[in-house]
Design a protein. Sequence first.
Length: 254
Amino acid sequence: MVSAAPPATATPKTTEIVLTFGGDVCLQRSGWLPYVDGVGTAARRVPWSSHTAHIAPLLKGAEINFGNLEAVVTDRTDLSAQGKKYTFQMHVGGLSHLTDIGLNLWSLANNHAYDFGAQGAKETFKHLKAFRKRGVHSAGLGLNDKGTLEADVFEVKGKRIAFVAVGIISNMNKRHRAGPNKPGTLRFRDDKDYTRVLRAFEKVRADYKILSIHSGREREVALRRGQRTRYHRALREAGVDLIGGAPNFDLDPA
């Protein structure tokens, strides 16, 4: 009698996907016009490559490099700023450079998405949509409220990744909130808005779900009161695998 050896157990194949998370990004100062060839004024500008020289090496080797795009992206110079202390706009050439150095996933749901009104929001939406051909993905800004809920779904190493973003609205200004026929974003700290985001994301089918939340106190790397509970809702109700918590300028521990 010959006994056969038990069949070998195959080792499950693992897939490594490297992600890099950053905070707020804008390649121009408040109140300055956007220029195609660098950061600065009409009299003097610093080339894009010089401005990002210390950041670019940190992005190498990752499949996904995330940032919170805190600027209106445009190639126009005639947009009218809203009545705010800080308003940011960045030339589409700057976005092209950021793409070249590896940044490829953007949250557009923040308090500067509406710095130049509905027209500025439409400009950002238009250009980010065009950059999808270059492998750039984004979420959080829509031409209407339903558009803000849409996940950007893409594939990395055979895995289906779904991305959604929600954040804060400038001074809780209702004019900046997306409506049925109006561009804008939705507000993380508004229960109705946040519930809509989670319910829509729950219906999305993906191997991994990433949620960006732009909310918190400036320059403070900590969760505010009640924030952890709201984060847990995303894990429980929408099946989110990873939350990128990005308050102003920094990253939150999620």
